[in-house]
Design a protein around this ligand. Structure first.
Ligand SMILES: Cc1cc2nc3c(=O)[nH]c(=O)nc-3n(C[C@H](O)[C@H](O)[C@H](O)COP(=O)(O)OP(=O)(O)OC[C@H]3O[C@@H](n4cnc5c(N)ncnc54)[C@H](O)[C@@H]3O)c2cc1C
Length: 470
């Protein structure tokens, strides 16, 4: 079995590498040889000689970084799940990580990053300062991928280190981890650390010096709640009003009513005014916004924050047939694309962009990243075994472990699996957190906050899970 450890951020999802159906038809028993034919526009090089295995990871946050580090573990002979451990690859692996940002941004922590001056710099980790990525077999590119060409095994991207000029990158395997597009200030709008810091400081300054000493947040989902509570906590001189159009907070989430009601209580306890069941019409004049509520009330606020904007998966870069009607990538339990695109078995996706059960969260994104990369690594090993006519057996037994017998050169493996998951959520509300897991129910308190979020909205926990804490 390929064991992938459990959900790191809030231990909500126990993920074990249970067996796939083991059927060779599922694609994991049949791997195109490493020298498979490809490419017209951007012909991949022949990988059968000394050329390295090229794995391209698009998106370097929770899912993408987890995938890269898992591949490196494999390359270092540390992706062992059985005894004796998995063999090393005969050929080198070359991992390229491309992101339009110049660092890994802790999106879970945006309500701190864009509110509390002391947190700004810590929550954007430039790739150049991640020591585990500073090695010859990792290349970091700063660019925006514009299109994926599965038939040619290459992507076109705008090179942000070269005036946005278009360029191509070739791969043997692709792992997509490009997340969701959201509106500022729910996530940064900048692509570089320096610009991000400036944007965040400007935002914080406009909260701090809001006219009428009032900040209004429109939209009572998770993002609105977390921002409202952090603003009240770090700028207590301000009146903070959260306005929501429905009769309860988190009305769009598949969560128990107790969670919704208790989240409101915690928020009110933090000193946030909660206005429910009211649509807001905002008219901005000279630094003051007049918010007209449906019931005739008016609120004057110096800073208005919209947490209503929707989000959509960053999948415009993919062929239409790779995504569902909402734009999410259709993957199987191995995080392998299932669509009829060319070379589908060389294409994986992980994290928020995937069509999957449960609420989109960072913990599952990291676990998915590890599952995808583990399976890519298996395929690389497998392709080498095929090249050398060595036996490889894909097993369905959930209790079997990945096992390489050096005497017979026989490899037994079962692909890593990410299971379907129920909706779970952990929400920070000031110094408390409220959590829901189906088997535990709704719990809240400061202990939960300390355990799940610490004092940096879960950044340290995420880095610990990824093995990036020094
Ligand atoms: C305000 C807020 C609060 C949240 N709170 C929580 C919480 O408390 N707990 C929790 O578990 N989750 C929370 N989440 C959700 C969590 O942030 C996501 O589930 C998580 O970020 C998903 O990780 P990911 O790696 O899939 O995508 P992302 O973190 O979105 O990363 C995607 C990466 O891809 C890059 N990218 C995108 N498009 C391209 C492209 N075309 N070319 C190159 N690079 C590209 C982006 O720059 C980014 O680095 C919160 C989200 C927000 C916005």
């Amino acid at each position: 079995m390929t064991a992938i450890s459990s959900d790191p951020v809030d231990s909500h999802v126990a993920v074990r590498g249970t067996a796939a159906n083991g059927d060779k038809a599922n694609g994991h028993a049949k791997v195109p040889g490493a020298g498979a034919k490809a490419a017209k526009a951007c012909e991949p090089g022949d990988t059968s000689g000394q050329e390295p295995h090229r794995v391209l990871v698009v998106g370097g946050a929770y899912a993408g970084v987890a995938a890269v580090l898992t591949l490196l573990d494999g390359a270092d002979g540390k992706l062992a799940t059985g005894e004796p451990p998995l063999p090393r690859l005969r050929k080198r692996i070359q991992v390229t990580l491309i992101d339009e940002r110049d660092g890994f941004f802790h999106a879970v922590g945006t309500p701190l990053a864009h509110v509390a001056q002391e947190s700004v710099s810590a929550l954007w980790l430039r790739y150049q300062s991640i020591s585990r990525l500073q090695r010859d077999d990792v290349k970091i590119r700063h660019g925006r991928v514009l299109s994926v060409h599965p038939e040619n095994l290459c992507v076109t991207f705008a090179d942000l280190d070269d005036d946005g000029k278009y360029a191509t990158l070739e791969y043997d395997f692709l792992i997509l981890a490009s997340g969701l597009a959201r509106q500022w200030p729910a996530i940064p709008k900048a692509n570089t650390y320096d610009e991000y810091v400036q944007d965040a400081l400007n935002h914080i300054s406009s909260i701090r010096s809001a006219a009428c000493k009032t900040v209004a947040i429109i939209g009572g989902g998770a993002v609105g709640i977390e921002f409202a509570s952090e603003i009240k906590q770090f700028h207590p001189h301000n009146r903070v009003v959260l306005i929501h159009s429905r009769d309860k907070l988190l009305s769009n989430e598949p969560l128990p009513e107790l969670f919704q009601a208790q989240a409101e209580k915690l928020l009110v306890g933090e000193g946030v005014e909660v206005v429910l069941n009211q649509r807001a019409n905002v008219v901005a004049t000279d630094g003051v916004s007049i918010i007209a509520l449906a019931d005739g009330r008016k609120i004057e606020a110096g800073h208005v924050f919209y947490a209503t904007s929707g989000y959509k998966p960053n999948t415009q870069l993919l062929p239409r047939e790779a995504v569902d009607e909402e734009g999410y990538v259709v993957v199987d339990q191995h995080m392998n694309l299932t669509s009829p695109i060319a070379n589908a078995r060389r294409h994986y996706a992980c994290g928020d962009i995937c069509r999957w059960s449960g609420i989109k969260r960072a913990g599952p994104a990291m676990v998915m990243g590890r599952v995808a990369a583990t399976n890519v690594f298996h395929q690389l090993l497998h392709s080498e075994h095929l090249e050398h006519n060595e036996p490889w057996e894909v097993v369905a037994d959930p209790d079997s472990v990945d096992h390489f017998d050096p005497a017979s050169l026989k490899m037994r493996s079962s692909p890593a699996v990410y299971p379907q998951v129920p909706p779970t959520m952990a929400l920070a509300v000031g110094k408390q957190a409220i959590m829901y897991q189906p088997h535990v129910g709704v719990v809240w308190g400061s202990d939960q906050c300390a355990e799940v979020f610490g004092n940096d909205l879960g950044w340290t926990n995420s880095l610990r899970y990824l093995g990036l804490l020094n």
